[in-house]
Design a protein around this ligand. Structure first.
Ligand SMILES: *[C@@H]1O[C@H](CO)[C@@H](O)[C@H](O)[C@H]1NC(C)=O
Ligand SMILES: *[C@@H]1O[C@H](CO)[C@@H](O)[C@H](O)[C@H]1NC(C)=O
Ligand SMILES: *[C@@H]1O[C@H](CO)[C@@H](O)[C@H](O)[C@H]1NC(C)=O
Ligand SMILES: *[C@@H]1O[C@H](CO)[C@@H](O)[C@H](O)[C@H]1NC(C)=O
Ligand SMILES: *[C@@H]1O[C@H](CO)[C@@H](O)[C@H](O)[C@H]1NC(C)=O
Ligand SMILES: *[C@@H]1O[C@H](CO)[C@@H](O)[C@H](O)[C@H]1NC(C)=O
Ligand SMILES: *[C@@H]1O[C@H](CO)[C@@H](O)[C@H](O)[C@H]1NC(C)=O
Length: 762
């Protein structure tokens, strides 16, 4: 509390009395100061404009620099910087300026450091949140040792430099980093990119000389050369207007770059300039949720014209899968331009409109085509089911989308499905998720589709884009800052000479920043290129239920993965432990199933490319003290086994085993046939783990068992997808009675289209 006199007095008035009751450090931050989740304390700049505090996000809490809530209400966008990029931490976490002069974000849920400023050895003596929103660490000579301005998040404040080594990355709505970034390229132009290689906006000017981008205090975005002379600039429409209190440049979630001004009178942000004038021209701005179009009031909205579900959050997939049983037909969409995402490449040929349709229809791999009709006579053939695009009367393109003639497998979900029970089976029918029908519809296509998906992943990392020549030289996607490649010597150091073995080929250790980790040794003969690319993919995955990959080692004769260490027990250990077992009530066990299903479903379809777990079992599913799920060793099984298909079905089978173990305890895990027999004779008491006590929900039990037997089908084509599994567990879909899991049988579409009658009462 260094401030005295007038500024201090003003601050009182500014921040009100609430201040009195919370522990607050003002402007100058003393070594040892700390702010914590849930304690509502913060650090504030001397002008009162900025605060450092925690805030709630959908998947946890983040520490960041905000506009003071008295200046910009919390309903407006207030965050200008987040510690660790896009990091979130759990309850009870704190952000501290340690006695050693290091900023540390400690995740109490995990019991480990999530991020640090790595300034412990730099003789930091003080820290200040400056009036311009820059959090700086200073040494005794008042030199800046570290500043938040050097690690921007999605926002640039006036006076902050964006040099060629820095990136603005859009915030993300979920647990994966955003694909959108802003950087200076080698020619000194600002570029907006999607993923690592699709450029959808480039600023003017180029010059080989050293450049940096800044937002001037009067509201211009400028490129300055080494003499601070402007070589390129854009001005907001309210540039130089004095009644604007704050200005920021932000790369928004929708992928557009905008200059914002805070209009005090309206108490809101106003955009005075945006980089991409037609929002629909931002690559994949609708993500997987459809095509971009303008509604009658002129807002860009996302719609999926070719699927039948009305759920706006549903993925927009071309309703055609390779290997369609009953043939396919092409549907025309006028004034529509389509492009593929995941992967974005396509084949371009010259043809007529009619040929463009026929070429796609005749090619079993083609899912959609677009005839540009702009005089170029180009027909763009796409093979991916993940398609985006735009739709407007001014667009001259016509697109064709292939649709299987098979009947629809999954019925749209009704908002309130009644719990499935024998009594209202009539009503149940309409909500039934009929897996046999699905199999009738998709048959053996899943495997083919998976091979295709894996192809997509491989394509992403190895193969250069065929129609966009700007191939990235190396992977430069949104890797977390802390993800590292370790030389073998460092691995030995981290693993403390492999002294503390905690499992087969698994060692406990510690990174240099004191972050405890687990080092796992892998088969040293794994092909280097494959291993590296897999490590990079796995390192870019973030999910609260996945144990984070901190780094890897890939040297001749050495292959290691380094994971964060969390205080957890394997599910197997938990089920063996009688004390723990009583804590694992029916509800808890079902929640564990749902968490695991969510996590695996995320790996399968929520990541930028398909990732399978490959080794899902009671030892790779961990539980922390709060019985929250953490999944480890994802993506490794397939690497070792070099499987070229069926990875998802394998995960589904393994998931089924886990559910069965959770329901029946450890004794039942190897006797699927016995359990099936008991289930078909409604002898539930012989199935359920006695240690759970009462509280077993019989409807839920029936549903979970049916689902499990579907997951354990010998014919892997009959197994549901992880997304469907999740829907059934969450009661969004019903599930039919399964055939015996141990009998491989070829589904006959006729027979399977009729949902079989439930033969076991709940
Ligand atoms: C943030 O989350 C905590 C608990 O996680 C809750 O108590 C608090 O009310 C939330 N704050 C806001 C502003 O939503
Ligand atoms: C800090 O200094 C100590 C002792 O000299 C050294 O062991 C450590 O590796 C250094 N840490 C960093 C981050 O440089
Ligand atoms: C921005 O870059 C210029 C030129 O290198 C430098 O003088 C200035 O201190 C930088 N500003 C900040 C906040 O780092
Ligand atoms: C900004 O406004 C001031 C007067 O308010 C004027 O003198 C100055 O030339 C203006 N600058 C620009 C770049 O328009
Ligand atoms: C257009 O979309 C915007 C944003 O989603 C919405 O607020 C507005 O109501 C929509 N207008 C019409 C006419 O649907
Ligand atoms: C699309 O355009 C064709 C040719 O102009 C026209 O015959 C057809 O009716 C249009 N379809 C729709 C749905 O507007
Ligand atoms: C996309 O690129 C990959 C690799 O170059 C190629 O194998 C594949 O056929 C391409 N897809 C299309 C539709 O051109």
């Amino acid at each position: 509390m260094i401030l005295r006199g007038r500024p201090f007095f003003l601050l009182w008035i500014c921040l009100g009395l609430g201040f009195l009751f919370s522990r607050v450090a003002v402007s100058q931050i003393q070594l040892g100061s700390r702010i914590s989740v849930g304690e509502n304390n913060y650090w504030v700049s001397s002008n009162g404009d900025f605060t450092v505090k925690f805030y709630n996000r959908s998947n946890g809490h983040s520490a960041g620099i905000h506009f003071n809530s008295l200046s910009v209400p919390p309903s407006g966008q207030t965050v200008v910087w987040i510690a660790g990029g896009d990091l979130t931490v759990g309850e009870g976490s704190y952000f501290e300026l340690t006695k050693k002069g290091e900023l540390v974000l400690f995740d109490s849920l995990v019991g480990a450091i999530a991020w640090t400023s790595q300034s412990a050895n730099s003789s930091v003596t003080s820290a200040v949140l400056r009036d311009n929103g820059n959090l700086v660490l200073l040494n005794r000579q008042n030199d800046i040792v570290w500043q938040s301005f050097d690690t921007p998040s999605d926002t640039l404040l006036p006076g902050q430099n964006l040099s060629s080594s820095q990136t603005l990355r859009a915030a993300s709505g979920n647990s994966v980093s955003s694909y959108y970034s802003l950087r200076l390229n080698k020619l000194g132009q600002l570029q907006l990119k999607w993923e690592s290689d699709i450029v959808y906006w480039t600023s003017g000017s180029h010059s080989e000389s050293f450049l940096r981008a800044v937002l001037s205090p009067d509201g211009a975005l400028q490129l300055l050369d080494q003499n601070s002379k402007s070589v390129w600039s854009v001005y907001g429409d309210d540039h130089n207007e004095s009644d604007v209190k704050y200005r920021i440049l932000r790369l928004d979630v929708d992928g557009n770059l905008r200059l914002y001004s805070w209009i005090e009178a309206a108490r809101s942000w106003r955009s005075g300039w945006h980089a991409v004038s037609d929002q629909c021209n931002v690559f994949a701005t609708c993500g997987l949720n459809g095509l971009c179009l303008y509604n009658s009031s002129g807002s860009a909205v996302c719609k999926c014209p070719f699927t039948l579900t009305s759920d706006v959050n549903a993925k927009c997939l071309v309703p055609y899968q390779h290997n369609c049983r009953s043939g396919s037909s092409m549907f025309a969409y006028n004034h529509t331009f389509l492009y593929g995402v995941y992967p974005p490449n396509e084949t371009i040929v010259h043809s007529s409109l009619l040929q463009c349709k026929n070429l796609c229809q005749e090619n079993p791999l083609c899912t959609a085509s677009t005839f540009t009709n702009d005089g170029s006579g180009q027909c763009r053939l796409k093979q991916t089911r993940y398609i985006s695009g735009y739709l407007d009367d001014s667009v001259s393109s016509t697109s064709f989308v292939k649709r299987c003639s098979d009947p629809l497998a999954v019925l749209p979900v009704s908002p309130k499905p009644p719990p499935p029970s024998a009594k209202n089976s009539q009503q149940k029918q309409s909500h039934k998720f009929c897996i046999p029908c699905l199999i009738g519809a998709t048959g053996g296509t899943i495997g083919t589709f998976l091979i295709f998906q894996i192809g997509v992943a491989i394509w992403f990392y190895f193969i250069r884009n065929s129609f966009r020549p700007k191939a990235a030289s190396a992977y430069s996607g949104p890797l977390p800052k802390s993800f590292s490649m370790f030389p073998y010597l460092e691995i030995r150091e981290i693993a403390e000479d492999f002294k503390h073995q905690v499992g087969p080929m698994t060692f406990k250790g510690m990174l240099h920043n004191k972050l405890p980790v687990v080092v796992i040794a892998l088969n040293a003969t794994l092909e280097e290129r494959k291993f590296r690319s897999a490590a990079l993919v796995l390192g870019s995955i973030h999910h609260k239920n996945l144990v984070k990959l901190e780094g890897y080692c890939c040297e001749s004769g050495h292959r290691y993965m380094v994971y964060e260490f969390s205080k957890t027990k394997t599910l197997l250990k938990c089920l063996e432990d009688p004390k723990m077992c009583t804590r694992l009530t029916w509800r808890k066990r079902m929640n564990i199933c749902i968490s695991v299903a969510k996590t695996i479903s995320y790996l399968h379809s929520g990541c930028r490319e398909f990732v399978s777990h490959g080794n899902l079992n009671c030892e790779t599913v961990l539980l922390d003290d709060c019985l929250e799920v953490k999944v480890i060793e994802y993506g490794l099984g397939c690497l070792e086994a070099s499987i070229d298909g069926g990875c998802a079905e394998m995960d589904v089978r393994d998931f089924g085993k886990i559910v069965l173990t959770l329901i029946g305890g450890l004794e039942h895990q190897d006797s699927v046939e016995c359990t099936y027999k008991h289930w078909s004779e409604s002898q539930f008491d012989r199935i359920v783990d006695k240690r759970m006590g009462s509280g077993v929900d019989t409807d839920e039990l029936e549903r979970s068992l049916r689902l499990t037997f579907w997951c354990l089908q010998v014919d892997e084509r009959m197994r549901p997808s992880m997304g469907e599994v999740l829907n059934v567990l969450e009661s969004a879909l019903g599930v039919d009675s399964p055939p015996p899991p141990f009998a491989a049988r070829t589904p006959q579409p006729k027979e399977l289209e009729e949902p079989s009658e439930s033969n076991s009462a709940a």
